[in-house]
Structure formats: structure tokens, C-alpha cells
Design a protein around this ligand. Structure first.
Ligand code: BT5
Length: 324
């Protein structure tokens, strides 16, 4: 595809003249313009300077199937049916679901440079600009229905934070039920969607979004405090390295999860709990409960110490209560 070749060319951050681009893509000047316009519609920020040509200022590390596969061991690779990297897609979660529906198999994995309709939970949006962050989904079959997946999104959070620690990124925590946070700001999120028989064999699509270097022109679209790995580590973070560590961590976790349960991850989750011991408000629809966050139970439900004692909640949104 021409657009892929153009992106690869400009990803080095150097200026490339129209003539050079035309030559490499084997297209006319008018056709170059069409490709450049495509970059624009994908949200890629580029510079155009008369006499110099085009460049992506600062360059861009595109996801590389080769680099990611090279970093994975044989055991992990053997568990994956396919690993795909796509440029633009509506949502990697929706894509994996469709793929599974048309041909059920274990271990479909997809990563995208950009999502045009990235999904959060409950119909919310996941802001997913091109070439900047990581958007990844993996499809995994579970035999024991939803019970076998209890607490899975929390265990996924634990495995991702552990993977970040391997990359030298420390201090990342978890916020119940599915947020990856740093300094109370949202760094990433997990979205698990389930298809099939909820009491028998079913498919879990595990979607992970994590901010690596969020383009500044996208900042205003996120309606809560956020952070990216670049800000946390204060140095360049390799997208391919994070992708590789995440894939390995997820495959290892999913492979084990069938034979264990959230109970085995409870202590690790609690050690990363950003809200433990803090005054929180839990909202479930139009019901709110206030109290002190006391970790989670063996199923991954949030425990809150209220005026009526400790109660556990398996759904809802939790926020910090700022006491005056
Ligand atoms: C989540 O939802 O945190 C789950 C996000 C999962 C995204 C991945 S990307 C790959 C896969 N394919 C998909 O289509 N989705 C998954 P939730 O807890 O509902 O949080 C959504 C809220 O987070 C939004 O309402 C915003 O406030 C905020 N938000 C949106 N984009 C963000 C971003 N890039 N960084 C930080 N916060 C963001």
C-alpha cells in the first residue's frame, strides 16, 4: 500500500522532497498530494516546507510485526493464531469479534496504529490518534463461561503494570475496575467484551489502550486527567517494546487464568491499588455509596467500608471523595 510506504519513509523525521516521494511510491505529483491528504485524514501531523518537502517532525516509531515477533518467545507465539498490525480500524475489539465470528479460533491478536471509533466501557470513547499510543485486542476462548473470567480485567491490569515495570517504568497503579493510572491520572484502560454462551464456552475479547506519546492536538478530546508513558519516564519509550511486553504478559496470563482464579492475583492487585484506604464514592446508576476503599474480594469485587460495615460491589464507577 502506498500510504504505508509513505508513512515508513516519513517516519524517520527527515524532509523528503516531492520528487523523492514520487519516485519511491512510483506515482505522479498529483497522486503524491492525494497520499499526503490521506495522512491528514488519518490525523498524522506533518510539515510541508517549500524547497525541502515533507516531514513528520520528530519522526514516528511505527509498529513493526517483525520487531514484535522477534521479541516474543516460541511458547507465546505458538499460542497466537494470528498477529496483525493494521493502520486504521474502527475498534480492535470489534475487529477481533468479527474475525472470531467468521472463523472461531483461539488467540487472534490485533494492534492498530489508529482507531476511528475506539471504545471505552458503557458506550464511552477511547481517544486513539495515529502512531502515538498502543491499541491492542486479543481474543481468548474460555470454557467455563463468565465465572471462569471473574476478576479477569483486574488480573489483566496486574499483568500490564508488571510488564511496564520490566520496561523500567515504575509507579504505575490500578484503579478499580479497569484503569491504569499514574499520579491519579489515566494512563490506560482495559475493556473486556464477552461473546457466546455466558455459562459455557465463550469468547473474551480483551482490549487494552495505553498512552505512549499523546499528540498535543488530541489533548482537548479527553475529558479527564490523563498521562502518557513519555511524561512518566521522561525519555523516549519504544512502542514496539511496550507492545511486545504486553503481548507476552497477556498470553501468559490468559493461558494460566483458566486453571486458576482471581484469588491468585488478589494480593498483587491490592499492592497496586491506587485508592486503598482512601475516601471514595461509588456510583451505580443513580445510586451512590460513600466509604473507605478496602481493596477487593476473591472475585475482584470492590470492598468499601461504609456506615453499615464492609460491602462489596461488582459493578459501578469509583471516584475519590475530596473531604473538606
Ligand atoms: C476504558 O474505558 O478505560 C477502556 C479503554 C479500552 C481501550 C482499548 S483500545 C484497544 C481496544 N479497542 C477498543 O475499541 N477499545 C479497547 P472507560 O473506563 O470507560 O474509560 C473511558 C474514559 O477514559 C473516557 O470517557 C475518557 O474520559 C477517558 N479517555 C478516553 N480516551 C483516553 C485516553 N486515550 N487516555 C486517557 N483517558 C482517556
Amino acid at each position: 500500500m502506498k500510504i504505508e510506504r509513505l508513512l515508513t519513509l516519513l517516519s524517520d523525521g527527515q524532509f523528503h522532497s516531492g520528487e523523492e516521494i514520487g519516485c519511491i511510491l512510483n506515482v505522479s505529483r498529483a497522486a503524491i498530494w492525494k497520499q499526503i491528504k490521506k495522512l491528514e485524514s488519518m490525523g498524522v501531523e506533518y510539515e510541508s516546507v517549500k524547497g525541502k518537502g515533507y516531514r513528520i517532525k520528530g519522526g514516528m516509531e511505527l509498529l513493526s510485526l517483525e520487531k514484535i515477533k522477534d521479541g516474543l518467545n516460541k511458547k507465546v507465539l505458538a499460542k497466537l493464531n494470528t498477529i496483525e498490525i493494521v493502520n486504521t480500524i474502527d475498534s480492535t475489539n470489534s475487529y477481533i469479534k468479527q474475525k472470531y465470528m467468521s472463523s472461531p479460533a483461539q488467540g487472534y491478536l490485533c494492534m492498530a496504529e489508529c482507531q476511528s471509533a475506539g471504545k471505552g466501557r458503557l458506550g464511552r470513547k477511547w481517544i486513539s490518534p495515529f502512531g502515538a499510543n498502543l491499541y491492542l485486542s486479543i481474543g481468548w476462548q474460555f470454557d467455563g463461561g463468565v465465572v471462569a473470567m471473574e476478576g479477569l480485567s483486574l488480573a489483566v491490569g496486574v499483568s500490564l503494570v508488571t510488564a511496564l515495570e520490566k520496561a523500567g517504568i515504575l509507579g504505575v497503579k490500578l484503579k478499580w475496575p479497569n484503569d491504569i493510572v499514574f499520579d491519579e491520572k489515566k494512563l490506560g484502560g482495559v475493556l473486556i467484551e464477552i461473546e457466546g454462551d455466558v455459562s459455557g464456552p465463550c469468547l473474551a475479547v480483551i482490549g487494552v489502550g495505553i498512552n505512549i506519546v499523546m499528540p498535543r492536538n488530541k489533548v482537548s478530546e479527553i475529558d479527564q486527567e490523563w498521562v502518557d508513558l513519555g511524561q512518566i519516564s521522561q525519555k523516549e519509550v519504544s512502542r514496539n517494546k511496550i507492545a511486545t511486553l504486553f503481548v507476552a504478559a497477556l498470553v501468559n496470563l490468559l493461558e494460566n487464568y483458566q486453571s486458576c482464579s482471581f484469588k491468585d492475583y488478589k494480593l498483587a492487585w491490592e499492592a497496586l491499588d491506587a485508592y486503598r484506604g482512601r475516601d471514595v464514592m461509588l456510583t451505580q446508576g443513580n445510586r451512590t455509596v460513600v466509604g473507605v476503599a478496602e481493596g477487593v474480594d476473591d472475585t475482584g469485587a470492590l470492598c468499601v467500608k461504609t456506615g453499615d460495615g464492609v460491602r462489596s460491589f461488582s459493578g459501578g464507577e469509583v471516584s475519590l471523595r475530596r473531604l473538606l
